[in-house]
Design a protein around this ligand. Structure first.
Ligand SMILES: Nc1ncnc2c1ncn2[C@@H]1O[C@H](COP(=O)(O)OP(=O)(O)OP(=O)(O)O)[C@@H](O)[C@H]1O
Length: 547
């Protein structure tokens, strides 16, 4: 009769182990050896802490409390002098020491319980006939990096675990350690970084970084420092050889990302290595302030279509010239990097009603996005609604930034599938934290939380004054004339040209009422200006044209 279990043997049943009688001295020697082994292991793993403890105890025993206090005073004095002389190395050492303290007293203290309760430890049943037991395996913390904002633990994965296993438990770990946030980043194979954030470095607006001089973070067109990362380091955006899409609901701060980028390009614009071709389909309101920095600036649809067609022509000419010479264009003064900036790209794709314009725009934009990277014509675009119907060629942008979004589903549309599950909660970004968002970086599996710098109007003005090109001519309707300064000479000149009286000008109704006020008329007749009253002649047109 065939056996139910085939030819396999039955698993062995737990059985009572034989007891071995050992002499007492063997037991004592064994325990002492074990204790010594643990001490040696402790000294090897924590040499600094053990050395401090040993030296401190020895000093205390040989000199007493006074000597020990003196030693502590000398240590503090050395630390203060060190900090004053070389702040950078002092900070590094201080954060290192602080990290060790937190590792010992915060993380290691609750580590075993935390990993068991979050399902990150492995328990294998090892019961025998006498007792129910488990063999437990805990993930090991290999090292810690502490900084002002976060503690990063470098953890060795147990067999069968992946970075995703840990990412799923990030929220539970956050609560165990009372952290503001916990994120998991994959590291080398078999390891993960578990970041516990104590403070939010992005809570306050980020001041713009210097763009000139020795303190410039990043460097080059591959690393433009446009904001701050959650770990406190500068957020570096690659531009050369890439296209950048910034998606965010209205008022989420897309403008600050665009302005930070434009500001960072200021020195390269001044040196002639970059040309900014800017399209502002929202009527030029957002970006017009920077027009002296722009080689081309268009804010009505026909002008934008012309600009994009010209960009395609330049791209094709360059591609012909570079064929067989280089695989990626290197910006020079003769052939600068062309950065096409488009604020609200949906206005060029989804909301155009004119058929001809629509045809031209829907041909040029995908061409630039699919072929412009290598010949040095890159596109930086902002969009409010990232859905496929609004932006059909969204996937052609290698670098995508998601600011505050209206719906959770939009996160994956911008950053790629699974980004929301990996922690990019763009719908939870507070409305008051404009410029905050998530970005996926090359090689990083998890989205990175960032906040764009906030260049205010004064900073934009300073940038324009410093790096603007005086010859730049805007494309589109001519700009409004600046209000002329009304001086006595101007009034005399107007009289000479046939205007005997200021009332003879073609005054609009509202103005006429104002200029006929007795005080104002008196002032004009006397040829002086009453304090604080500056007549605005803009509505008259250019006074030099009145003949
Ligand atoms: N990085 C930032 N830091 C602090 N405040 C910011 C930042 N970015 C924007 N703001 C504030 O938010 C306001 C709206 O920003 P912005 O105009 O850039 O939004 P937007 O996304 O471009 O909106 P829309 O799509 O409606 O033009 C700004 O006027 C400014 O006060």
């Amino acid at each position: 009769m065939p056996r139910i279990n085939g030819d396999r043997r039955l698993p062995s049943l737990p059985a009572r182990y034989d007891k071995i009688q050992v002499p007492l001295w063997v037991l004592v020697v064994g325990l002492v050896a074990r204790l010594l082994g643990r001490l040696v292991r402790l000294a090897v793993r924590h040499p600094f802490a053990v050395a401090t403890l040993v030296i401190g105890t020895a000093f205390y025993r040989s000199t007493g409390l006074l000597g020990f206090g003196l030693l502590a005073g000398v240590v503090v004095l050395v630390a203060v002098v060190w900090r004053l002389v070389h702040r950078c190395s002092f900070d590094r050492a201080a954060w290192w020491a602080w990290g060790r303290v937190r590792l010992a007293f915060v993380y290691r203290r609750r580590w075993r319980a935390a990993t068991v309760h979050c399902g990150l430890a492995i328990r294998i049943p090892a019961s025998n006939a006498e007792q129910v037991t488990f063999d437990e395996y805990f993930p090991r913390i290999r090292t810690i990096r502490a900084s002002r904002t976060l503690d990063s633990l470098w953890v060795e994965l147990l067999p069968g675990h992946t970075p995703e296993t840990w990412a799923e438990q990030a929220e539970a770990l956050r609560h165990v350690y009372r952290a503001r946030a916990c994120r998991v980043r994959s590291g080398r194979v078999g390891f993960v970084w578990v970041d516990f954030y104590r403070r939010d470095p992005l809570a306050q607006p980020v001041a713009p970084y210097p763009v000139d001089g020795p303190d410039v973070p990043g460097g080059g067109l591959e690393n433009l420092a446009v904001g701050r990362r959650e770990d406190g380091r500068p957020w570096l955006l690659p531009l050369r050889g890439s296209h950048v899409l910034v998606a965010g609901a209205t008022g989420s701060g897309k403008g600050s990302v665009l302005w930070s980028l434009i500001r960072e390009l200021g020195p390269a614009v001044r040196d002639g290595l970059v040309e900014l071709w800017v399209c502002d389909p929202k009527g030029g309101m957002e970006l017009a302030a920077g027009s002296p920095l722009f080689a081309r600036f268009a804010y009505d649809l026909p002008a934008i279509a012309d600009l994009l067609d010209d960009a395609v022509s330049r791209m094709r000419a360059r591609a012909d010239a570079l064929r067989g010479v280089a695989r990626l264009h290197r910006p020079t003064r003769d052939e600068p990097l062309i950065v096409v900036v488009v604020d609200e790209i949906a206005a060029l794709t989804a909301y155009v009603t004119d058929r001809d314009l629509k045809r031209r725009l829907s041909a040029s934009l995908p061409l630039l996005l699919s072929q412009g990277r290598a010949p040095g014509v890159v596109v930086v675009a902002a969009v409010q609604d990232p859905r496929k119907e609004t932006l059909p060629f969204r996937d052609l942008f290698p670098v995508r930034v998601a600011l505050r979004l209206v719906e959770a589903e939009q996160v994956d549309l911008v950053l790629g599938d699974g980004a929301h599950d990996k922690g990019a909660r763009c719908e939870d970004i507070p409305t008051g934290q404009q410029g905050t968002g998530y970005v996926t970086e090359d090689g990083a599996a998890e989205p990175l939380r960032v906040r764009a710098c906030w260049p205010d109007d004064d900073e934009i003005r300073r940038t324009v004054d410093r790096y603007g090109i005086p010859t730049a001519e805007p494309v589109g309707d001519p700009p409004a004339l600046p209000a002329p300064t009304v001086t006595q000479e101007l009034v005399e000149l107007l009289r000479l040209r046939g205007f005997d009286h200021i009332d003879a000008l073609p005054v609009p109704a509202r103005r006429r009422r104002r200029t006929t006020r007795p005080r104002a008329r008196w002032a004009w007749r006397r040829g002086s200006r009453p304090g604080g009253w500056v007549p605005d002649l803009t509505e008259y047109g250019n006074p030099w044209d009145h003949r």
